[in-house]
Design a protein around this ligand. Structure first.
Ligand code: ATP
Length: 305
């Protein structure tokens, strides 16, 4: 009889793996573009995570062999610290996150977590250690409770509610007539960009990973929502190694280290204050975005009048 059930067990395992894999990938990257070309080394051990010290050492990488995107990148992210990666569109910011999650392997150099080359460890254990809050969160046609509980299989209702509170979305859910049983989707609750992001934050709180990647939403959140979400994110960053892929510089001021990527190399690195004093690319970007913010404020004020 057990012979009969073994394939069924296997099927169940494959199903669970795919289900977890699909949400992780789909939530951050376009699924169809992501080839499954990375496999575990024979006999790979699980990642032994101590505190989550992440290093990129001389990383070279290109999606195509003829076009290198990262040209020998060094990055040291001490355990528990926050690094913000900024730079022009196409600089390779999201590529860093894809490499950390090991959707692709580096061509040269290495990425380590607590001293272990991520190519030497089991992918499942690597991905379990990394939480991603993506730009666009994929929601299921199911209840809001299910959508949050997805962060960790077997989470209890109390844990789901705790995560919702941590992501500052509990009040919103409790105001729904069906509460956590409220359905999300076409014929149910329609969530705003900010609310969806809070669902992603709640999922990540349930997962409770030592390493966090925040892919900052480019979609326009109004400035009040943006400030609220920022405060929530800063709270969940505490005690975790965090990589923020940032588009708006106003959101990176607090980072321990800001890295300016330009053309696949680190053009500048330092704290906000240091980079402003340097008077280079970051200072230029800061001045430009400050001007845009002022213009928005003026436009907002005249709309409100
Ligand atoms: P943005 O700020 O616009 O999100 P980014 O700095 O995150 O940009 P990446 O997404 O890392 O940039 O892309 C870096 C470069 O790699 C770009 O030139 C992009 O066209 C290229 N690229 C990204 N994904 C792929 C892919 N799957 N195949 C081939 N080239 C890709």
């Amino acid at each position: 009889l057990s012979q009969l059930f073994r394939p069924l067990d296997l099927l169940g395992m494959v199903y669970r793996t795919i289900r977890q894999g699909v949400i992780d990938m789909a939530s951050m990257f376009a699924l169809i573009d992501t080839p499954a070309e990375v496999t575990d080394m024979p006999g790979a051990a699980p990642l032994a995570i101590a505190r989550g010290h992440v290093r990129f050492e001389g990383v070279r990488f290109g999606y195509d062999p003829e076009r290198e995107i990262l040209h020998g990148l060094d990055l040291d992210i001490p355990a528990g610290s926050t690094v913000a990666v900024v730079g022009p569109s196409g600089a390779g910011k999201s590529t860093l996150a894809r490499l950390m999650y090991r959707f692709y392997d580096v061509d040269q150099g290495r990425i380590t977590i607590d001293g272990q080359d991520i190519r030497d460890v089991q992918q499942g254990s690597l991905r379990a250690a990394i939480g991603i809050v993506p730009q666009d969160t994929v929601l299921f046609n199911d209840t809001i409770g299910y959508n949050i509980g997805y962060g960790r299989e077997g989470a209890s209702q109390a844990e789901i509610e705790g995560a919702a509170a941590g992501a500052a979305i509990a009040g919103f859910i409790e105001r729904q007539p069906d509460g956590y049983a409220a359905r999300v989707g076409e014929r149910g609750l329609k969530l705003s960009g900010g609310e969806k992001q809070r669902v992603a934050i709640a999922r990540t709180l349930l997962k409770n990973p030592p390493i966090l990647i925040l892919d900052e939403a480019t979609s326009a959140l109004d400035s009040r929502t943006e400030a609220d979400i920022l405060a929530t994110l800063q709270a969940i960053e505490r005690g975790r190694t965090t990589i923020v892929i940032a588009h708006r510089l106003s959101t990176v001021v607090h980072a321990d280290q800001i890295v300016v990527l330009d053309g696949g190399v680190v053009a500048e690195r330092g704290t906000h204050g240091e980079l402003l004093r340097l008077g280079g690319l970051y200072a230029e970007m800061w001045a430009r975005q400050a001007q845009e913010r002022d213009e928005d404020d003026v436009a907002g004020a005249s709309e409100g009048a």
